[in-house]
Ligand binder design. Sequence first.
Ligand code: ATP
Ligand code: MG
Length: 444
Amino acid sequence: MLKWLKNRREKKKRIAAAKKTYSDDVRIIPRAEHGISRKNIDESAIKVLSRLNKAGYEAYLVGGAVRDLLLGHRPKDFDVATDATPEQVKELFRNCRLIGRRFRLAHIHFGRHIIEVATFRGDHGDSQSGHQDDSGRILRDNVYGDIEQDVWRRDFTVNALYYNIADFSVVDFVGGYEDVMEGRLRLIGDPEDRYREDPVRMIRVIRFAAKLGFSIDESCQDFIRDEGVILRDVPAARLYEEVLKLFHSGHAIKSFQGLRDYYLLEHLFPEASKVLDGNEIALKFLQLAMQSTDERIQQNKPVTPAFLFAALLWAPLQRRTEKRLAKGEPHSLALQKAASAMIGEQVRFVSIPKRFTMVMRDIWALQSRFSYRTGKRATSVFEHPKFRAGYDFLCLRSQAGEINDADCRWWTEFQNNSPEAQQKKTESKQRRRPPRRRNKKPKD
Ligand code: ATP
Ligand code: MG
């Protein structure tokens, strides 16, 4: 009897939430029309949505998840938006942790899996909890609001659809449903204001276009081409995160092309961008590196940012090294110094954590050592902890036509041999070397 009463009360609350009235220009797409099935929504996300709703709060699945479900893709993550404050969310879930300063969020933990719950954001205005700098960039954003205000802080219309757990409808305030159906990326509001508010949106639009195969609405194109330079106001650490998302989501080749088409590469990797102009081989090499990253991700193989950054900076690094060689510096010193200067210059734009710059240096330094095929020097190349990455890098260079394929072929064969055969291979070469003549008499 008690259970029955409880259920009835819950249902009443649900109905009340479902009956929530929105402003006139909203479009509600009912379950029968949009075709999103709960089967395809993450179980933990459903649990979070349902519990919030049962407690009398509004609860929606938002962002990329709704967009991807409409497209029949499996979403990467399932984000939730609610009118409950982070503290109220915490009261409902034992497995909840509050995080973030710029955006205060609730993380609900299910083992290693996390569902992110965000409270609806409101207008920043002049309030203490929200803050913009002189160029319009949002610095802090902790003013809570309702769903109709929350829509306006999202970037693209296709990312601003809300799946309502109360009645399984999709709520659309900005024409996002039609844009998903037509494969179009459109910023909510005035494009210029929205890009200025957060220049990272220029990179995001390239990423979504690459990932979803969507077109970029004309209204959102010109500003990127003309004003990409505002990316330079974004902290290098944030750009690192965004660049990683661009290149490590399985669509690196298309994203890279997008950056070039919209003249953004020059603001992220200025030196690389300059060297690439008219350099077919360097461009081919980068495309091969991106392609191999995409393939590895599709095959669920691990990828490291070090490899990609090493590839992106390879052509300008060589240019710097050559200048030093021309001044008479020995090769390994020239490379080391050029690498330090190259990295130092690059991290002013897009930062790269030290643990990765160290691997990049290893990959670069190994390149000239692959010509050692005998004795201890060859063995130490093979035993180098970054041998595999260095070797992959070497073979991409020969595939691109930068070097001939002798070294790549030799090391490929070498790895396929048994340890005994490997030893023989390095030894036999050693024996073939002509003995060094000492005390050679000078000719008269
Ligand atoms: P993905 O599938 O790649 O994760 P996503 O759309 O979920 O794509 P996220 O970066 O996970 O993208 O962000 C989640 C949601 O938060 C977005 O859909 C968008 O509504 C909002 N959002 C994220 N970053 C921004 C931003 N810079 N400006 C405005 N809204 C943003
Ligand atoms: Mg996401």
